[in-house]
Ligand binder design. Structure first.
Ligand SMILES: C=C(O[C@@H]1C=C(C(=O)O)C=C[C@H]1O)C(=O)O
Length: 198
């Protein structure tokens, strides 16, 4: 792929976008294939009584890949965790324990915002809001790998609000400096990718 930026015309953007879309489609196909492969590996490991997480194997993979920049390495780490999560079974004792615990935190507002950002994010999750988000919240969310989207979401998996209404919100922050967590978000199985901040 060779692009001559100095001769850039509007056609160039279109061409590179076509190529990057092709790249995205290949990545998605490969993710799906990886899910399948990981499940096969999981069943072999279960039969042989092997651990799911295998650092020795990861080191062999890393050696094969040569030098990676820190950004590339962090993506690879996410890919490792992706295949591990396709293999892992949920610990049921932990699941019951976590689902029974309701949690309240109190403290200074921007610290609570930061913690709410951390708790409501996963690598690659989407945080929607039509209003300007608190900068401490954004810092926590982005540190955990979330993507911020300046729009609202019609069907979020998780909702955050600045009110005491715990019926609607999974995480609520009120004016008196208290953050309440609905225990559902602590459940091991509770997965979310779309978060709405009201
Ligand atoms: C896929 C495996 O399981 C895990 C995931 C790995 C990967 O994504 O490459 C490597 C080692 C393990 O931590 C494996 O053991 O081969």
């Amino acid at each position: 792929m060779i692009y001559f930026i100095r001769d850039a015309t509007s056609g160039l953007l279109e061409k590179v976008r076509k190529d990057i879309l092709q790249n995205t489609m290949e990545l998605v196909r490969l993710f799906k294939e990886r899910e399948e492969l990981s499940r096969i590996i999981a069943s072999v490991k279960e039969k042989e009584n092997f651990e799911i997480r295998d650092r020795r194997r990861e080191e062999i993979v890393l050696n094969k890949l040569g030098n990676l920049s820190p950004r590339q390495r962090s993506i690879l780490n996410m890919i490792f965790e992706f295949s591990i999560s396709c293999q892992d079974k949920v610990d049921e004792t932990l699941e019951v324990y976590l689902s029974e615990r309701c949690l309240q935190l109190s403290g200074e507002n921007s610290i609570l915002e930061y913690v709410a950002g951390l708790l409501s994010s996963r690598p690659g999750s989407e945080i929607y809001s039509s209003r300007e988000l608190d900068s401490a919240f954004v810092l926590g969310a982005v540190r955990n790998g979330a993507h911020i989207i300046n729009d609202s979401c019609d069907s979020p998996d998780l909702r955050i609000g600045h009110s005491r209404d715990k019926e609607i919100y999974h995480i609520s922050l009120d004016d008196s400096g208290t953050m309440s967590l609905n225990p559902v978000i602590l459940q091991v199985n509770f997965s979310f990718t779309r978060v709405q901040v009201d």
